[in-house]
Ligand binder design. Structure first.
Ligand code: EPU
Length: 418
């Protein structure tokens, strides 16, 4: 089986350019369904989840091709608004296509996303909101059939600020007549970027980044050229890598503003992080310090996606750090693997208590999900000896080249092919 083989104990040094953001590009790929004309997405990361979205677009008759680091998408020839079951299974977040398909075609068919490695993945908020816009949605044998001859703008209040529901409803509302206001909307940078893309295509939309997004629908959108912003979670991963291994690194193309909560915690651990015009530098000398409880929360709170990599960095910190995971039910699956490397972690429900140890040792470990897998690599950078991280298909869903990037930062890591 292929794995990433990390030999720890080496300080990091060097620089790398941060890839485009997975969670920005996925809803934007769905949004291309709303555009007449070619969309060019520059700095598009080549990831398993992006390839899965391309296959979904192609299965509906759309064209998508790579042109160096840009993905060129033309949805003019879109035929049937149906996503086959096997493509839905490849990527649970493909429900994001629903709103765009409805806006474009007035109908959509796809399977219910079901659960994933992070626990149940309900889309009730997406569905309720779409119903409020006038969609008729039926579930039968795990398939969702949606139709609407006429979507009409309205006020929608989300009970929780769901990222996916906000995005889905923004896309559907572009095809609805009149004004839609989404209250208690998610405020993540990916929502702001989706709005920027839609505006470039001629959409009338405002408010993203606040808790109320306003969409004036019914306008025909055109193509555009948009550059995908740097991935804030990949940035957080490499910052945590430096925190774990020590040394000094520079991450090009990324900005502190998108991950202020993570940077604040890392500074509290003793890392020296500085923002420049074109990136972030991080320096760590001496032992890390434990920090006050880290509670994951919707943006601008501490991101759930960075919980595992921060935990990995703090395994050898002086003192005890408490984590509280408030977004997903099943997001401590990396803990058992980190323990195999010598981590002292106790989990009770949504709380994990990490007692800093003086050393970690390499081990054979298995990625259980995308960010959990990245955390094992971060821990491997700090461990004595060799850590072999299996299940790397999870990691490749979201990191375009994790071993290559870490090598550029001076780490001893190789991709061992079977
Ligand atoms: N939820 C519901 N009902 C819904 C929608 C969500 O109960 O209709 C619940 C979820 O079960 C979860 C919480 O609300 O407990 C938050 O879910 P949200 O909808 O905000 O998350 P998402 O859109 O499914 C995106 C990212 C995740 C990231 C979360 C939180 C994408 C493709 N995925 O998921 O990213 O963790 O927001 O920030 O944007 C990752 O990249 O590894 C990843 C999992």
């Amino acid at each position: 089986m292929s794995c990433f083989s990390v030999t720890g104990g080496k300080k990091l040094s060097g620089e790398v350019t941060i890839q485009g953001a997975k969670n920005s590009v996925l809803p934007i790929l769905a949004a291309t369904l709303l555009c007449r004309g070619q969309c060019i997405l520059e700095n598009c990361p080549r990831l398993r989840d992006v390839e899965a979205s391309i296959r979904i677009l192609q299965s509906m008759g759309c064209l998508a091709r790579w042109q160096e680091d840009a993905l060129v998408v033309d949805t003019a020839q879109m035929s049937e608004p149906v996503i086959p079951d096997e493509l839905m299974r490849e990527m649970r977040s493909s429900a994001i296509f629903l709103g765009a398909m409805l806006a474009r075609c007035g109908e959509a068919e796809l399977s219910y996303p079901g659960g994933c490695e992070l626990g149940p993945r309900p889309i009730d908020l997406h569905i309720n909101g779409l119903r409020q816009l006038g969609a008729d949605i039926e579930e039968n044998g795990g398939r969702l059939r949606c139709c609407s001859s006429h979507l009409t703008g309205c006020d929608i209040v989300l009970s929780i600020p769901s990222v996916g529901a906000t995005e889905n409803l923004m896309l559907a509302a572009c095809g609805a007549e009149g004004t839609t206001r989404i209250f208690n909307a998610a405020r993540e940078p990916e929502i702001v970027e989706l709005q920027a893309f839609l505006q470039l295509c001629g959409g009338e939309i405002s408010g993203a980044g606040s808790d109320c997004v306003v969409i004036r629908g019914g306008k025909q959108l055109h193509g555009c050229t948009h550059r995908i912003r740097a991935d804030r979670i990949v940035t957080a991963t490499y910052l945590c890598g430096c925190a774990a291994a020590g040394g000094e690194i520079f991450l090009r193309g990324t900005r502190e503003a998108d991950l202020a909560a993570v940077v604040t915690v890392l500074r509290d651990t003793g890392c020296r992080i500085q923002s420049g015009t074109d990136g972030l530098s991080c320096q760590r000398n001496g032992r890390l310090r434990a920090v006050s409880p880290v509670r994951t929360a919707p943006y601008p709170g501490f991101p759930t996606d960075a919980q595992s990599v921060l935990m990995a960095a703090l395994l050898c910190a002086e003192g005890t750090t408490v984590f509280e995971e408030n977004i997903f039910e099943n997001r401590y699956r990396h803990v058992a693997e980190l323990r195999r490397m010598g981590g002292d972690i106790h989990v009770l429900g949504r709380v994990a208590v990490v007692n800093g140890v003086s050393r970690l040792h390499g081990a054979g470990v298995e990625s259980t999900d995308l960010r959990g897998g990245a955390a094992l690599c971060v821990a491997g950078l700090a461990a004595e000896g060799c850590t072999q991280v299996g299940g790397i298909h999870h990691i490749c869903r979201g990191y375009a080249n994790l071993p290559g990037d870490l090598q550029a930062l001076g780490a001893d890591i190789i991709w061992q092919h079977e």
